[in-house]
Ligand binder design. Structure first.
Ligand SMILES: [Fe+2]
Ligand SMILES: [Fe+2]
Length: 385
């Protein structure tokens, strides 16, 4: 076949991170279509959606590592395109298709995707334009039907490993090693401290091993509950990991950081006198901002309010409040009850968490922070209203 008439394949996606499903799909597409070029086109990751997105260069390096391990490293047809990343905004697939149509005017163009993306194709921008210029090419992953919303597509022969990027990222945020990743990709991620590796490394220095484990348990639950709480995945992970970052500071450092951050409503002087253990929440917010460079006000709020709670807490703060109390590392029975409830009715679990904490505080017979009591009252008023 003359060069211009051989197919050209565009493989769009976030590749955040690239996994075995991606390389298996690319290998099948190369085998079946024998294209003159297969372009991986990693999309732009918005800082709005991701607090600390892995930059294009980082994902391109991970992709190269994955391809090399999958035995595709030497294939001249494979190229990694910065077309979408260079635009510094979300680029629609029809724009990418139009770009490669201009670059390869005579070639049959294919747009490669997993079957899970295929089902949503009808909702993409300008699907008609895409279908006029390119043919959809899909691998069918286990558990997905051949449904394409009516759009014609070419199916790749073979079955492709199940791998969902959200689940893989959740494991990476917890410092685990997901099996869906090539070994070389994992090593690269760990070396470059992507996916909150930098934050975990710093946290490990600040906390005792038991406290570090508690932070991971809190993050694990927060990640699982994040969709029900209406919170983005990475925000949930970062806030949960850092919620107790100041817990092991010296009393003097705690006091100094707490006074820096705690507003008048937190009654910092009374708190330091009556219940100094609570100071770590506000001190933690100060430490997260200064040492970890956290700027997101919702994360700082979640850290500051995780111990006492407060009326009007936002969704992320509520998520961390519940996850701190109800994670699987907690030995008391109420933790499991609240945890189970949270998967059925998150708001009910939030009220229950406040109840459990207040009962614990009252049973100690000491001073109870007014913000915790105000939270209780505000939730009762809401229930009646
Ligand atoms: Fe805490
Ligand atoms: Fe905690």
């Amino acid at each position: 076949m003359p060069e211009g008439k051989r197919p050209v394949i565009i493989y769009g996606g976030s590749f955040d991170p690239p996994h075995r499903g991606h390389t298996a799909l690319a290998a099948a597409a190369l085998r079946q279509l024998k294209p003159s070029a297969l372009y991986f086109v990693p999309g732009f990751r918005t800082p709005f959606k991701d607090l600390l997105p892995v930059p294009f260069a980082g994902r391109a390096a991970l992709l190269k590592a994955a391809l090399a391990e999958a035995g595709l490293g030497g294939r001249k047809e494979i190229k990694i395109s910065s077309f979408e990343a260079d635009r510094k905004r979300v680029v629609y697939t029809y724009e990418t298709v139009a770009h490669f149509r201009r670059v390869h005017p005579g070639a049959p163009l294919y747009f490669l995707m997993g079957s899970d993306c295929l089902a949503g194709f009808g909702n993409w921008r300008r699907p008609g334009f895409i279908l006029e210029n390119a043919r959809l090419l899909a691998g069918l992953r286990p558990g997905h039907s051949r449904g394409s919303g009516g759009a014609p597509f070419t199916a790749l022969a073979g079955r492709f490993p199940r791998a969902d990027s959200t689940g893989i990222r959740a494991e990476l945020f917890l410092g685990r090693r997901p099996a869906q990743l090539h070994r070389a990709v994992l090593e690269n991620i760990e070396k470059k401290l992507f996916y909150l590796g930098r934050e975990r490394a710093l946290l490990r220095k600040l906390l005792t091993p038991a406290r570090f484990r508690h932070s991971l348990h809190t993050a694990e639950l927060a990640l699982r509950l994040a969709p029900a709480a209406g919170v983005p995945q990475q925000k949930a992970a970062l806030a949960a990991l850092l919620h107790d970052c100041a817990r092991d500071l010296s009393p003097e450092a705690l006091r100094r950081r707490c006074l820096k951050r705690a507003p008048r409503a937190a009654q910092p002087f009374l708190l330091l006198k009556e219940a100094p253990v609570l100071a770590h929440a506000w001190a933690g917010a100060a430490l997260a901002a200064e040492e970890f460079g956290v700027k997101d006000p919702e994360i700082l709020e979640a850290i500051a309010l995780h111990a006492t709670g407060a009326p009007g807490m936002g969704p992320l703060a509520r998520l961390i409040y519940v996850s701190d109390l109800a994670n699987r590392g907690r030995a008391f029975r109420e933790a499991e009850l609240v945890r189970k409830l949270a998967f059925k009715d998150f708001e009910a679990a939030f009220r229950a968490a406040n109840y459990v904490k207040l009962v614990y505080a009252f049973s100690g017979g000491g001073w109870v922070h007014p913000l915790s009591v105000s939270l209780w009252n505000s939730l009762q008023e809401k229930k009646k209203g």
